[in-house]
Design a protein around this ligand. Structure first.
Ligand code: FAD
Length: 396
């Protein structure tokens, strides 16, 4: 194990050893099964990038990087020749096979759930602007199993700019003493997600382009995540936060319809959900993975919540600027998943009656469970491979 991490996960109600054990015995196996079901493996996303920031040099405006095959004359000259990014960044990430999204799927797999806005996200399906740009409004259904989150080659100023904006524009005070607990939580969620993305890149890396050999890159995991214990802690924190949202919404999730027009498959989905949500081991060892009741207590609670909601929506909007299609897919999914967790934990409604008042879109439920699974994979990888990675990298 990683003895470095022991005791209670900061701001959570569960300790590292318990998380690792529970995880191995209960959570990881059932999540792995769950995300393979047809209900959970199809995600609906608007993958066209309509980046509201950096309009003139957005890399995702490059024609070859776009998802839709638009006629070239639709693109203003300035989009074709962005002049602010350095030349080496003009190599279109989406021209790389590993960055492209595989769209092979069964078109009947997706049926409607209620479409209710989430105040935490910017998944502007009904946004006026996107309505006008009709082809850009198109939703794509993606089979997530065919598109694992892994190394895509997306890097350089374009990727850096997104992360910088996510951190500096949206959680500017995270390091200062004044920053209140709620803002720290937003920072930790983003940092935990970032760790998880880095872990997936390192766990499934293109080691040799010539022979198309994929494998683990433990040095990279060390360089990007393990050498910063905070990033590991934030990963555990984010995992527990999302787990808490899922268990809090258990009654809702249990009663939800997992309808894919395949009764056998749907029964299976339902039973995986139950296995996960009402697991006696989980309830005994970690009944409340995160205690949200203590937040937003101060006088400025409502105001603060609005502010953080606004910040999170900005982060969500930034996902449209991610210049690599597969990264955009997972970025959007995971931010929607976090937004869903925030909605479950911090909805204004009477928390006692959450089961009656909570309403989630189908896509939100899919994002939430897939996010939890991604975080769970990262926790497992860090726990199992962390010590080896540290040994290699610290040179003993
Ligand atoms: P980056 O990961 O870009 O980090 C930038 C800076 O952020 C670091 O220098 C550090 O100061 C800070 N930082 C890093 N990690 C943390 C943390 N956990 N907590 C707090 N601060 C941190 N690439 C892929 O290959 N596959 C993908 O699926 C993929 N998905 C992406 C999704 C999104 C939304 C974005 C924005 C990028 C994605 N990328 C993906 C790119 C990838 O995340 C990196 O940006 C890229 O690999 C370059 O890495 P880097 O080492 O320069 O550091």
């Amino acid at each position: 194990g990683t003895p470095k991490y022991s005791g209670m996960v900061e701001d959570c109600c569960c300790d590292y050893e318990i998380v690792d054990r529970l995880h191995k015995e209960v959570l990881y196996p059932s999540l792995q099964e769950l995300v393979k079901t047809s209900f959970f493996r199809y995600f609906k996303a608007k993958l066209w990038c309509v980046c509201p920031f950096w309009p003139d040099d957005g890399m995702c405006r490059l024609r070859d990087c776009s998802v839709c095959e638009c006629p070239e004359n639709e693109f203003p000259e300035s989009f074709k020749k962005p002049n602010r990014l350095p030349l080496n960044d003009l190599v279109c990430q989406e021209g790389k096979p590993e960055a492209a999204v595989d769209r092979t799927l069964d078109s009947k797999a997706f049926r409607g759930w209620p479409e209710i806005d989430n105040p935490w996200t910017n998944d502007d399906e009904t946004d006026n602007e996107s309505k006008m740009a009709n082809h850009r409004n198109e939703m794509t259904y993606v089979n997530l199993q065919l598109n694992p989150e892994r190394y895509t080659g997306y890097t350089g100023p374009s990727a850096r700019r997104i992360w910088d904006a996510v951190y500096s524009e949206n959680c500017p005070k995270y390091l200062s003493q004044e920053s209140c607990q709620e803002e720290k939580i937003l920072y930790k969620l983003i940092s935990g997600l970032h760790s998880s993305i880095s872990v997936h890149i390192a766990a499934d890396y293109l080691l040799d382009e010539a022979t198309n050999m994929w494998g683990q890159n433990l040095t990279m995991m060390y360089d990007r995540v393990l050498q910063y214990p905070d990033r590991v802690r934030n990963l555990y924190f984010t995992f527990l936060f999302v787990l808490r949202a899922v268990t809090k919404a258990a009654d809702y999730l249990e009663q939800a319809e997992y309808n894919t027009s395949n009764p056998n498959e749907d029964l299976k989905t339902q039973s995986f959900i139950k296995q996960l949500l009402y697991n006696p081991k989980l309830q005994a060892a970690c009944p409340v993975p995160f205690d949200e009741a203590k937040l937003w207590k101060g006088q400025s609670g409502p105001e603060l919540k609005q502010k953080i909601q606004h910040q999170f929506r900005n982060i969500s909007a930034l996902m449209d600027c991610v210049g690599c299609e597969k990264c955009r897919l997972w970025g959007k999914l995971q931010v929607l998943g976090l937004g869903t967790a925030l909605k479950i934990l911090f909805s204004d409604d009477d928390q006692q009656n959450l089961g009656q008042t909570l309403q989630l879109q189908r896509n939100e439920v899919i994002a939430l469970m897939n996010l939890l699974n991604r975080l769970s994979e990262s926790v497992k990888f860090v726990h199992e491979m962390g010590p080896t990675a540290e040994r290699i990298s610290e040179g003993h």
